[in-house]
Design a protein around this ligand. Structure first.
Ligand code: SF4
Length: 295
């Protein structure tokens, strides 16, 4: 399927969101997923426009609710590649509770959080990742709040894959996105995205280090204690002007929520309902068969 009119992104020139789109467009074919096998669920914000520009199924949800919609979609159709996306305000603020529990339950999906340290679409208000002292229209004398620690929060909540990348390097971002999509379980990517319109001070512009490739960081991402220590260091350094990125943690042998449900017979292997196009379309309701089996 080729859209007749390719939608053109309306993000500001230089916006980091372009880097996310580029990386995602590159990673999907690498994992062998076609547009009709992919669902991109987004929240509200500049990041929420992402699914308007990707050739796949899309669901633009309400603020902070991309994860429950993405979970439901994955449960209804386990064969679909589900990617959820939203900004740091949407994901760590409004949807913070969903983030914590989706990580804890290890739902099989990739979650991209566009972290630009402000609310961009609504003109630069302070967000959960804004640094202490950051001045905005909502905090004109500087934020008195300590920013959230997204990587540490993800790990302690139970995510089985935790990474950080940056829009200024779409090649690394594409590599990490590919690994995240191939991972069976909840894969969280804190994606640093510059907002040149409302957050000119953000540190995402400075050179950064890839912890998986640098000789200065000899660590094992399957070691939880190592990951935890490095995450805290990373979260502090970001606001001091040093950006560390890479895959921090991965736990590959833990079953996803979907796998556990299937093992105990509470979830079918096949989609709940399927629609076939074969000349005239027809419905097959496998959900009815599943209910019959478990009466
Ligand atoms: Fe990007 Fe910021 Fe413009 Fe939104 S306001 S499109 S985040 S540069």
């Amino acid at each position: 399927y080729t859209p007749e009119i390719e939608p053109q992104p309306t993000w500001c020139p230089g916006c980091g969101d372009f880097g996310v789109l580029k990386a995602l467009k590159g990673a999907l074919p690498e994992v062998g997923r076609t547009p009709e096998e992919t669902l991109l669920v987004t929240g509200i914000g500049c990041s929420g426009k992402l699914n308007s520009y990707l050739d796949s199924y899309g669901f633009h949800t309400i603020h902070g609710r991309s994860l429950p919609v993405a979970r439901a979609a994955k449960l209804a159709n386990p064969g679909v590649e589900v990617v959820a996306a939203g900004g740091d305000g949407d994901g760590y603020g409004i949807g913070g509770n969903h983030f914590m529990h989706t990580a804890r339950e290890n739902h099989d999906m990739t979650y991209i959080v566009f972290n630009n340290e402000i609310f961009g679409l609504t003109k630069g208000q302070t967000s959960p990742t804004s640094p202490k002292g950051h001045k905005s229209k909502t905090q004109p004398h500087g934020s008195a709040k300590t920013p959230i620690r997204p990587l540490s929060l993800s790990l302690t909540s139970g995510a089985s894959f935790v990474a950080r990348t940056a829009a200024v390097n779409p090649n690394q971002a594409q590599r990490i996105l590919k690994e995240a999509m191939e991972h069976d379980g909840f894969a969280h990517i804190d994606f640093l995205t510059q907002c040149p319109t409302w957050n000119k001070d953000a540190k995402q512009y400075v050179p950064y280090t890839d912890i998986n490739e640098s000789d200065d960081y000899d660590f094992d991402p399957t070691n939880r204690a190592d990951a935890q220590e490095l995450m805290r260091e990373t979260e502090d350094k970001l606001y001091e002007g040093e950006v560390l990125t890479g895959v921090y943690y991965r736990e590959d042998d833990r079953p996803s929520y979907q796998q556990e449900k299937q093992e105990i017979g509470e979830m079918p292997d096949e989609p709940l309902a399927e629609r076939y196009f074969d000349g005239d379309y027809e419905w097959e309701r496998s959900y009815d068969n599943f209910i019959d089996k478990h009466k």
